[in-house]
Design a protein around this ligand. Structure first.
Ligand code: UT7
Length: 325
């Protein structure tokens, strides 16, 4: 029996021009290049320019994805934008992106699941496409975390950066087999008992301010590997696949140690892991499509490859997606 699948037509990314190195950060707070590299794998992050908003980053990434897919913006009828750093409290940054791309049909909305945002957005768009409600979606992760960092807190300011990534999904009829192209399965989880371990200490309804990111890093680290591996096992079980079948593992880029430990626990070979955290730090919802765009553009990810995505972040939220390129 045939099935409608969300097939990836292309992907794109954008990083702001300004680079902030570990050495530059060490001149501002009590840290060192050695500590940051050893504990996280991060070497640099990109910082949005004054007047450069999340929507601008998202539009650039979306244009790159549309070009990579070889399609016109007018064929898009759904935009799902994952962000925790919107331009404004409302309207959704997605409508600024829609307007910037010259699209005025279909629907555009934001989705907030912090670092898991891209997986949640991908799953949401996939469900809309498979239901027949929309035909072609832009799924974007875009963040300007530099705007919510406490630059005097060495425990957080060295970790995060700005950036955006996007994919174009197209609803296509496939044979309905495990060898189908497109998204094969998605698994989303949340557990609000952990909501105070990674949060922003402000908001329109609570403080009427934007607030700053606060994190109990060690606590997040403690839960990360277990949560990540649980939803990946769910993806394997749902599709009858194993770690050996995976061509590329493209995880949320927060910390190299978390990525290495997750891959090791799942028996995913190190050469299958796409790692870009060194280049841009933790860009929250943008990190997976940023890494994906690198691996697609350098020729590693090819048509027919089985690609495993995962993320874990504030909430806690966590999720996985398994797709055939
Ligand atoms: O996207 C999902 C959300 N975020 C994450 O996935 C982050 C998860 N957590 C982590 O990646 C790690 O916990 C961190 C990178 C944040 C911290 O690494 P850690 O190995 O867990 O270090 P720690 O928090 O246990 O701190 C070790 C030491 C402490 O000093 P003492 O108490 O041992 O004297 C910290 O005060 O390192 C100190 N420290 C630093 N030293 C130099 C904390 N931040 C820094 C820093 N530079 N930037």
């Amino acid at each position: 029996m045939t099935a409608i699948r969300s097939v990836v037509l292309g992907c794109g990314s954008y990083l702001p021009q300004q680079i902030l190195t570990n050495a530059e950060l060490a001149a501002r707070v009590d840290t060192s290049d050695e500590w940051i590299v050893q504990r996280t794998g991060i070497r640099q992050r990109h910082i949005a320019a004054e007047g450069e908003f999340t929507s601008h980053l998202a539009i650039n990434a979306a244009r790159d994805a549309l070009a990579n897919a070889g399609i016109d913006a007018q064929s898009i009828d759904l935009i799902v934008l994952a962000t925790s750093t919107p331009d404004n409290t409302f309207p959704a940054t997605a409508v600024a992106v829609q307007n910037g791309l010259g699209i005025n049909h279909g629907a555009a909305f934001d989705l907030q699941a912090v670092c898991s945002g891209f997986i949640f957005a991908l799953a949401t768009a996939d469900n809309f496409l498979r239901s027949g409600a929309f035909k072609r979606a832009l799924v974007i992760g875009a963040e300007t975390f530099s705007r919510i960092l406490d630059w005097s807190d060495r425990g957080t300011c060295v970790l995060f950066g700005d950036g955006a990534g996007a994919v174009v999904l197209d609803a296509q009829v496939q044979p309905g087999k495990p060898t189908d192209r497109g998204i094969l399965t998605t698994h989303l989880r949340s557990d609000g008992r952990h909501k105070s371990k990674l949060y922003v200490d402000g908001g329109p309804s609570s403080t009427r301010t934007v607030g700053y990111l606060r994190m109990e890093g060690r606590e997040v680290f403690k839960h990360a590997v277990g949560m990540i591996t649980d939803v990946i096992v769910d993806a394997f079980e749902a599709t009858g696949t194993t770690a050996d079948d995976i061509d590329w593992f493209i995880p949320h880029q927060a910390n190299k140690r978390i990525i290495d430990a997750s891959a090791h626990k799942l028996h995913i070979a190190p050469q299958k892991v796409v790692l870009t955290v060194d280049l841009h730090g933790n860009t929250s919802a943008a990190s997976i499509p940023l890494a994906l765009a690198v691996a697609v553009k350098d020729g590693r990810v090819k048509k027919g490859d089985l690609v495993l995505l995962e993320a874990m972040g504030g909430g806690f939220t966590w999720g996985s997606a398994l797709l055939r390129w």
